[in-house]
Design a protein around this ligand. Structure first.
Ligand code: PAF
Length: 281
């Protein structure tokens, strides 16, 4: 696996691959890799000869109250995982490499509406930070395709919209969430959970499954489904931020006859703000 911290060197390597007619897949990450990321790399390899992985803890997507400084950094372990899964190139830029001008002055990418709801309502500016860094990474790597986990369903939709609106010539692939045996979605944030909280955490997925089953059985009072799922989470010891039944394509509030739906939830458990979602099709 090639490793570089500079845009220049990355471009040189990727250009040589392209000259040989080889496809390039890209998996952007913030490190602290787990089985979910490893699965993204595996999927990427099934689409392209070369897989570029970036590890960059993006300051632009953290709010002032969020813990950028304490975000888990596990680079040695990350390298081992990436090597084992056959990544071709690890891009590890510094903040100065990614943002050559101060963050307040740098050009931003904003995806309106989609970015302001659900997780965006609780984390103002978060998705603009994600869209901005992903746009810059796309321009640096210029991959044929890029892969994102469906656990971050709103992020996936924001990126798909950005790619469409800004005419990036990159195929975006959403990869189904990898779960622990008890249903908990793999996430770096699970590392914040105490043993007792870890025992409670799968109740988030359970509440979503219950909500899904009701809709599949024909329930069309989505607000009642959301309220009951929130109550179920609170009773289990989580502090729900939201549970929302939305249209899967644009995250709009569905009408009773919409069929392609997603149920999304965010809930606090101790220090961790867990998110998850399930599709209803
Ligand atoms: O999902 C993540 O880890 C990040 O939001 C991403 C896409 C790497 C952008 O920083």
């Amino acid at each position: 696996m090639i490793e570089t911290t500079t845009i220049e060197q990355l471009r040189e390597v990727v250009r040589a691959w392209r000259r040989s007619g080889e496809r390039v897949a890209f998996v952007p990450t913030m490190g602290n890799l787990h089985a979910g990321h490893a699965h993204l790399v595996d999927q990427a390899r099934s689409h392209a000869k070369h897989v570029v992985v970036s590890i960059f803890v993006n300051p632009l997507q953290f709010g002032p109250q969020e813990d950028l400084a304490n975000y888990p950094r596990t680079i040695d372990q990350d390298r081992t995982i990436l090597r084992a899964h056959g990544a071709s190139l690890l891009f590890l830029p510094s903040v100065a490499e990614m943002y050559p001008v101060p963050l307040d002055d740098t050009t931003k990418v904003a995806v309106p509406n989609l970015s302001d709801v659900l997780c965006g309502a609780a984390r103002p500016g978060h998705f603009d930070g994600v869209a901005t860094v992903v746009a810059r990474l796309f321009n640096i790597v210029q991959p044929d395709l890029a892969l994102f986990g469906e656990k971050d369903f709103q992020q996936l939709r924001v990126i798909q919209r950005m790619v469409r609106d800004l005419a990036f010539s990159i195929e975006i692939i959403g990869v189904p969430t990898v779960r622990e045996a008890d249903g908990l979605a793999m996430s770096s944030r699970n590392g914040y959970l105490t043993q007792e909280q870890r025992r409670i955490a799968p109740r988030l997925h359970e509440a979503l499954q219950t909500a899904r089953a009701r809709i599949v059985r024909g329930e069309r009072d989505f607000q009642a489904v959301e309220a009951d799922a929130s109550a179920q989470l609170a009773a289990a010891g989580l502090r729900p931020d939201y549970v929302a039944v939305r249209r899967a394509d644009d995250l709009a509030v569905p009408r009773a006859d919409d069929v392609d739906l997603v149920i999304l939830a965010a809930a606090w458990l101790g220090r961790a703000r867990l998110i998850d979602n399930v599709r209803v099709v």
